[in-house]
Structures are given as C-alpha cells and as structure tokens.
Design a protein around this ligand. Sequence first.
Ligand SMILES: C[S@@+](CC[C@H](N)C(=O)[O-])C[C@H]1O[C@@H](n2cnc3c(N)ncnc32)[C@H](O)[C@@H]1O
Length: 293
Amino acid sequence: MRFPHTRTRLVPSMSPSPSPIANVHYKRNEGTFGDRAGFAEHRRHVMGVIAGAANSTRPSLCVLGAGNGNDLDLDILANHFDEICLVDLDTAALQQCVSRLPQAIARRITLKAGVDLSGILPTLDALQAQRSISHDQISELSELAREFPPQIELGRWDVVVSTCLVSQLIDSVVMAVGAEHPGCSDLILSVRDGHLGGIAALTKDRGASILITDFVSSDTLPQLPQVPEAELQSLVHHAVSNRNFFTGLNPAVLLERMHDWSLRRNVAVKTHPAWRWTLGPRCFAVCAIEIAP
Ligand SMILES: C[S@@+](CC[C@H](N)C(=O)[O-])C[C@H]1O[C@@H](n2cnc3c(N)ncnc32)[C@H](O)[C@@H]1O
C-alpha cells in the first residue's frame, strides 16, 4: 500500500483501522460465498473469455479481484495455466476460494491477499470520516489514483484479467466522497484509468490484458433481466447510447482507452458480447474487453 505517503499535506495521512470501506467489500463477499450455483451462467462467460486467451505460449495467469472465485473454475484454469495468481483485498475470501480445491491444484495457486489495488483506500477511509472534502483534496487524490500503486509488487503475467473489480474500486470512491460531490466523477475516472493502466503494466509484452466489468444494472435498465437473449445486445447498446451506464464504465470509452494501449503495444482489441449476471435482486450487464497481440 502506498499510504501514508509523503508527497502531500492536503490528503489526510491517518485512516481509521480497520478500513470501513474494506469492511463493506468483506461483507459483500461473505454474502456471496455460498452462492456459487447462482454465479454459474456468469462464470461460464468469464471462463470462456479467460480460456479463449490461454495458449501454450501464455503459461501464467493473474486474476485481479478474484474474491470468492465464484466466477472462476480454478480446477479448469489449472489445466490451461502452469501458474495462477489471485489478487484481492479480502484475505478470507481468497483463502476460502482455494480451500474448495484439491490440494494438488491449490498448491499451484499463489494468493496475493490484503492487496489494495486502488492504492488509495486508506485515504478514501480518511476522507469518508471528514465532514467536507475540498476540491484540492480530490485533485490531489485523483493524481495519485491515476498511477498504479508503485509499491504493489505483483510481477508480470501472460494473461491478466480483472473480474468485476473496477466497479468496486469506483464504488469505494462513491462511499468515500459521495456521488453528489462535484469532484466525484473526476476521481472515478482517475481510479478507472489507474486500473486500466495497472492491468497493462502487469501484462507481459506478448500477453493478453482482459477487463471484465459490469457496466449497467436493472436499477436503471429494468428490462435487463427479462429481455430475450436475442435482444440483449441491442438493449445494452441502446442503454449505452442513452448514457445509461455506471459512471466511468461506458464500454465504448473503456474500449477506446484499451485501444490507446493497443496502439502503444502493437496489439489488437477484441470485445466480447455482453452477458447478464444476476446477483441477488439485481441483474447486471457485463462486458469483456481484451487486448492481445
Ligand atoms: C464483485 S467482486 C468480484 C467477484 C469475485 N471474482 C467473486 O467471484 O467472488 C469484487 C472483488 O473486488 C475486491 N476489491 C474491492 N476493492 C478492492 C481493492 N481496493 N483492492 C483489491 N480488491 C478489491 C473485493 O474484495 C471483491 O472480492
């Protein structure tokens, strides 16, 4: 973790411990741990995307935001990859996720637990405790959020996949500063760009970077759960055209950002058709964007 840092005095340097925002994520994971069956359809899509990126020249995989691993079939992934690394803030979730596996497979999986992939969580906790947050604090934090935390040592991987994590990083920003704060959107965009840059930085030169993210839910797109499969792409397309998506997660913009990297790294961008992920009473539309040679 990069905090407390020494570059600034505007952002508070103390955060309550344990992290109240992290606790929200832990509670969410506790709530979904037993619901592996409910994740089946979502998992089938996530696995299709990851397995599609696997090949004999890409023996290693890093999953960011692996949590309970309900969206992964680790035993199948172990057939595709020699080395697998799971990264998450939530140590208990990662441990439970591998505890379900046969020993021989679990031994081949490295856990990077308790890692704050935003690098700004303690600062967000401190801001959440403040009565008012200044514009300068937001701009300073935005600047920090735009870089992938330099002190996180995760190495480089042939396939790097972020699984429905970026919406949670963004949610932490909203919990801390409030959606109504005039600087909230800027901070969200910085956190998003920092994450996209981080995925790229963790990927080996000939490797594949994959962003999987939920981008709109049935809260604002009530037709989502019921629409026939054949009409799903057109429904979400319309929603995006009407600016109905989570702040910072317009798939067209995500694609553009990933395309910028592809030009830099001389790789191609591939999008996967959107799918549905039902989680409790809500249904999410999920997209996957992949850059690879
Ligand atoms: C929606 S879940 C992803 C689903 C998960 N792959 C599963 O099947 O359980 C998002 C994950 O992001 C993790 N997370 C949230 N904020 C994080 C942060 N700042 N750094 C690292 N992981 C974080 C949560 O702990 C959670 O496991």
